[in-house]
Design a protein. Structure first.
Length: 406
């Protein structure tokens, strides 16, 4: 039986804990241990854990010491700045690791985690859940088959409103650094919507396990919420083989729309959403259509991938190496682009029945969709102070340097 543990069960940790409940009850995993800080869960939740003989700890060093050499996989759905130290500790204790996205805030941390996995002879899988889905494999294999010719452009926009409670849920949400001064670089494109940027980079890779070979980055970052990071951004990535990647995201938006994604190729386009994928030729004629995994199947598919990798060293997972490309891009964005505070004249504020506020950049929804159709970044002609950066060369770039924040 495969033994699994989780560090933290609040926030997104509840999803990981739910995974382990499901896999335990299905007889595929033994839910062996959990780290739960005081008041994280209700007495009823604790009773459910105890009924499964899950051993409860209040700190992760104690759990890893007690279960050293006994855990097959350790789930780490914790704060971004904790990913590296917890992953290194779990690997040293003999466990493979399933760590949430982003894999790390800065490239140096991701590289250290990859080195630690090699030294331990274990794997680290990263929680970009969309990459484990069957439709993702199907799209990547279609691209690699050459059926649609060479890829020219990959793009996505995601409009997901986030109220003030989202930024107040912990001590680092919406922050560039945590309270200890460590880089977090939380943002829409590194956290909530990071799955879809990671997918574009993955689809731009020239092998199935590969990802984009990035040449340069241009970006704009904007803010209307009282946070140190951005709540809205647009990013242009150019790969060394001349593929263009365009990514647009905002949390300061009135309604949810997206993710909407398109992969433009020489002979047609792959259009995909959370619901389905539609493949068309250059005349717009439909070639193929297939559904995305249903919501209830997404986490099961993630665990199918993890369990397969435990049995097959060649089984596909989102490795640290693969996930590190999104870290490289995000680090370059923060190192090259200023965060522009947009004027109050462009902002509407709504208040819901629970007195939660949502700040809305009035022109942003229409603007992002227009830029998406025109394949360009937001410019100063669209918004005051919104000139995108010049291309930031990544040839010798080593990751985040805090240059703009000193």
């Amino acid at each position: 039986m495969i033994n699994a543990a989780v560090i933290g069960v609040s926030g997104f940790g509840a999803v990981h804990c739910g995974d382990l409940f499901r896999e335990h009850e299905a007889g595929r995993v033994n839910f062996a241990a959990a780290v739960i800080h005081q008041n994280q869960v209700s007495p009823e939740y604790l009773e459910r854990l105890k009924a499964l003989n899950v051993e409860i700890f209040t700190d992760y060093p104690s759990m890893l010491a007690k279960h050293a050499g006994k855990l097959d996989i350790c789930c780490i759905p914790t704060g971004i700045a904790l990913h590296r130290p917890m992953t290194e500790a779990a690997l040293a204790a003999g466990a493979n690791v399933f760590v949430e996205k982003p894999v790390a805030p800065v490239l140096a941390d991701a590289e250290a985690m990859e080195a630690a996995a090699r030294k331990a002879g274990k794997f680290v899988a990263v929680g970009y859940q969309t990459i484990y889905q069957p439709e993702t494999r199907r799209i990547k294999e279609m691209i690699l088959s050459g059926k649609l010719g060479k890829v020219k452009r990959l793009k996505c926009y995601t409009l997901w409103p986030r109220k003030n409670a989202y930024y107040g849920r912990n001590g680092w949400a919406g922050a560039l650094f945590n309270q200890a001064g460590e880089p977090v670089l939380d943002s829409p494109f590194t956290n909530a919507v990071a799955h879809y940027l990671n997918l574009l980079l993955f689809y731009a890779g020239n092998t199935f396990e590969g990802t984009a070979d990035v040449k340069s980055v241009e970006a704009g970052m904007f803010r209307v919420n009282p946070i140190s990071s951005c709540d809205t951004a647009d990013i242009r990535v150019l790969t060394k083989d001349e593929k263009e990647i365009l990514f647009y995201v905002s949390h300061a938006i009135p309604a949810t729309d997206g993710p909407i994604s398109d992969i433009e190729c020489e002979k047609g386009t792959i259009h995909y959403t959370q619901q389905e994928t539609i493949v068309t030729d250059l005349q717009g004629n439909e070639i193929e259509r297939f559904a995305s995994a249903a919501g209830g199947e997404i986490r099961k598919n993630v665990w199918n991938g993890l369990l397969n990798r435990l049995n097959d060293p060649n089984g596909f997972i989102c490795t640290v190496k693969l996930a590190s490309k999104a870290v490289l891009v995000s680090n370059a964005v923060f190192d090259s682009a200023p965060i522009v505070d947009l004027p109050a004249s462009l902002v509407d504020i709504t208040v819901d029945d629970d007195r939660n506020t949502l700040r809305i950049i009035r022109p942003m929804e229409e603007l992002i969709k227009r830029c998406y159709q025109e394949n360009r970044l937001i410019s100063s002609a669209d918004l005051p102070g919104a000139a995108p950066t010049v291309p930031f060369d990544l040839e010798n770039y080593k990751g985040f340097t805090k240059a703009l924040y000193r």
